[in-house]
Design a protein around this ligand. Structure first.
Ligand SMILES: [Zn+2]
Length: 220
């Protein structure tokens, strides 16, 4: 799509008249009309205002959305996934789950951020992968190759102990590094792994986390 169509579409989606949009980004109605006719495109300062107003990146406004990858967790990001600074502008380096209102959301990432940022974080990830692959020796668990940042409320499964007691090990409000892996022997159960600075956890479960069983919870 071209800038003119994108602006028209976003303006319509936000139920704004040309006049109203013009007022919000400090231009005349004629300027908005010229953008939408394809006669001109907004200048850099106005693009920034439009980006903030419509919550899309400048690249999207210019018709060439970037192929962005979060430097923290590695997920590929659409505009709606990108993190924000305190003033509402985008920080295109990080996704919104890793970075919000000008700061990292994850405690362990924050700590590593203070120690030296991304490299230290990658080192930490590599260390955890190494530990999963060398310390646990779990039958059927394939080699771990990557870990993603996962939100606690998403992976905090409830296990039933042999005595019938139900337990959870994670904190819904924390984030962990983890992954889901197919069992090497096939079958309908897969492995879930999760870790942070303090522990490694391996469990198995059926589709959608049903009938989870804890395999290992190991302090680091
Ligand atoms: Zn991220």
């Amino acid at each position: 799509m071209e800038t003119k169509d994108i602006i028209l579409e976003l303006r319509t989606k936000h139920n704004l008249s040309q006049d109203e949009l013009a007022e919000k980004v400090f231009v005349t109605r004629q300027a908005v009309s010229r953008w939408e006719n394809g006669e001109t495109i907004p200048n850099t300062e106005t693009l920034k205002l439009l980006s903030k107003l419509f919550d899309v990146t400048i690249n999207t406004l210019l018709g060439s959305p970037l192929d962005l990858v979060c430097e923290c967790c590695g997920m590929s990001m659409k505009d709606t996934d990108i993190g924000h600074e305190k003033d509402g502008t985008f920080n295109e380096k990080y996704c919104k789950w890793c970075y919000a209102e000008g700061d990292f959301t994850m405690d362990f990432w924050k700590q590593y951020g203070e120690l030296g940022g991304k490299e230290k974080f990658e080192e930490f990830k590599a260390q955890l992968i190494h530990e999963f692959n060398t310390l646990l020796h779990i039958e059927g668990l394939p080699m771990v190759e990557s870990l993603n940042v996962l939100s606690g409320d998403y992976i905090n499964l409830e296990y039933t102990l042999p005595n019938g007691q139900k337990v959870k090990f994670l904190d819904d409000n924390a984030s962990y590094l983890g992954s889901q892996l197919e069992c090497e022997f096939g079958g309908d159960r897969c492995f879930g792994i999760a870790a942070n600075m303090d522990f490694l956890l391996v469990c198995t479960y059926e589709e959608n986390g049903e009938n989870p069983e804890l395999v290992v919870y190991k302090k680091r």
